[in-house]
Design a protein around this ligand. Structure first.
Ligand SMILES: Nc1ncnc2c1ncn2[C@@H]1O[C@H](COP(=O)(O)OP(=O)(O)O)[C@@H](O)[C@H]1O
Ligand SMILES: [Mg+2]
Length: 229
């Protein structure tokens, strides 16, 4: 992954299983958001590829590419809701843009998605009228609007207090709980510009040969308010 001739990360290689909760770790500026953007097709790799069920996202074009990208739902760091739209309007937007559903069908789906993230009854609220945690939840509801196979979150708990952040973690677990279990992580290192750990975070915390990785994961525990990145 590079911006012009400036390489952000290289030699990344990992597979994510269906229903797995996979975490991209690493310090600020190591390339987590950049990697997420590559995985959802917003940025193209300088070299390499991103495959879904063996199909290249980077080489897909036209309708094939649209179909692949429709399988991916993204929830951005800030929640990234339109402030001039109600929660219902925000969640409805992808449905209005990408489907032929009737307004009534869209309203029903919107209410269902908001209910799934614990925001039933908040349809007509504006983002400024609800808490930061609720904005994030609404962002998750919008990311789920088109029933994606895969949900991406960029720093879901950034800026949230520990309790709200835990609730959001629980929500993500609940959503995944519908499908199956698993948890692994990749650690991006800014210094060496590549991944220096891949595996179960608890195992990495205790057994990683990389002191940096162990320290990073322990720090997260000592400081409940900190973000694991
Ligand atoms: N649009 C851009 N142009 C050039 N460099 C960028 C751009 N966006 C991010 N970077 C650089 O890429 C690196 C990784 O950034 P980012 O993926 O945002 O890291 P993280 O999400 O891990 O904090 C940083 O050094 C950042 O300065
Ligand atoms: Mg980032």
């Amino acid at each position: 992954m590079a911006y012009g001739s400036f390489v952000i990360q290289k030699d990344l290689s990992f597979t994510i299983a269906r229903a797995e909760i996979f975490v991209i770790m690493g310090g600020s500026g190591s390339g987590k958001s950049t990697l997420l953007n590559h995985m959802v097709g917003l940025q193209a790799p300088a070299k390499g590829d991103v495959l879904y069920d063996g199909q290249s996202l980077c080489h897909a074009e036209g309708e094939e590419r649209d179909r692949l990208r429709r399988r991916l739902g993204v929830s951005y760091q800030s929640g990234a809701l339109w402030s001039s739209m109600t929660l219902a309007e925000n969640v409805a937007l992808p449905l209005e843009t990408f489907t032929e559903l009737s307004p009534k069908q869209i309203r029903e789906i919107v209410s269902l998605k908001l209910a799934l993230v614990g925001l039933a009854g908040f349809e007509e609220f504006y983002p400024s009228e609800i808490s930061g945690g609720m904005v994030k939840r609404a962002g998750v509801a919008r990311a789920m609007a088109l029933d994606p196979d895969i949900l991406f979150f960029d720093e879901p708990s950034a800026g949230l207090d520990p309790i709200t952040s835990r609730r959001l973690d629980d929500l993500i677990l609940d959503l995944r709980g519908i499908f199956a279990i698993g948890d692994r992580a990749v650690f991006l290192d800014a210094e060496t510009q590549t991944m220096i750990a891949l595996g179960n975070p608890k195992k990495l915390r205790d057994e990683s040969p990389e002191a940096k990785v162990r320290a990073f994961l322990t720090r997260g525990e000592q400081d409940a308010g900190g973000s694991a990145g």
